[in-house]
Design a protein around this ligand. Structure first.
Ligand code: FMN
Length: 159
C-alpha cells in the first residue's frame, strides 16, 4: 500500500504539517511520498491507495494551486473511487476558515468516491494549524496519520 501527501505552502506552515504527516505514515508502516502541488500531476493519484492533501486557508477556502490540481483530477473521474483520503489546512486566525478549507478538499474527495474519516476526538475534519505548527497541531497531524493507516489497512483488507 502506498500513500501520498500533497501540499501547497508559501510560508512553510502547511509544508511542516505535510512533513509530520508523511513521517508518521512511514513510521506506522505505510510507504508514503510527499510532494508540493507543483511537483505532481493529478494522474499520479492513480498510483496511490491513500491521498492526503493540505492547503493554506486563503479567504476561507483552498489556495488556487490546490484547486487547480483538484480540477485537473476530473480527467480521472471514477478512477479514484474507493481510495482513502484526508485533508489538512493552516490559517492565520482561530476562526479564519481553516475548517471550511479542509471541508472543501474533502468535498472534492467525496465526489471522487474517495473514503474519508472524521475524528470524534482530534480536529474533527482534519488537522489545522493556527498561526504556526504548535504542539496541539503536531499531535493532530500525527493522530491523523495513525488513523489514516488504520483505515487504509481496513479498506485494503476488505477488498
Ligand atoms: C491570499 C491569502 C489569503 C488568506 N486568507 C486567510 C483567511 O481567510 N483566514 C486566515 O485565517 N488566514 C488567511 N491567510 C493566512 C494563511 O492562511 C496562513 O498564513 C497560512 O498558515 C499560510 O500557510 P503557509 O505558511 O503554508 O503558506 C491568507 C493568506 C493569504 C496569502
Amino acid at each position: 500500500m502506498k500513500a501520498v501527501v500533497v501540499y501547497y505552502s508559501r510560508g512553510g506552515t502547511t509544508k511542516k504539517m505535510a512533513e509530520i504527516i508523511h513521517q508518521e505514515l512511514n513510521d506506522n508502516g505505510i510507504e508514503s511520498d510527499i510532494f508540493s502541488v507543483s511537483e505532481i500531476t493529478a494522474k499520479a493519484f492513480l498510483d496511490y491507495d491513500g491521498i492526503v492533501i493540505g492547503s493554506p486557508t486563503y479567504y476561507g477556502t483552498l489556495a488556487a494551486p490546490v484547486k487547480a490540481l483538484l480540477d485537473e483530477s476530473v480527467s480521472f473521474h471514477g478512477k479514484l473511487d474507493g481510495k482513502v483520503g484526508a485533508a489538512f489546512s493552516s490559517a492565520a486566525n482561530i476562526a479564519g476558515g481553516n475548517e471550511t478549507t479542509v471541508l472543501s478538499i474533502l468535498q472534492a474527495m467525496l465526489i471522487h468516491g474517495i473514503i474519508v474519516q472524521g475524528d470524534f476526538k482530534g480536529d474533527h475534519y482534519g488537522p489545522v494549524a493556527v498561526g504556526s505548527v504548535d504542539k496541539r497541531c503536531e499531535e493532530n497531524c500525527m493522530r491523523l496519520a495513525q488513523r489514516f493507516v488504520k483505515l487504509l489497512n481496513r479498506v485494503a483488507g476488505s477488498k
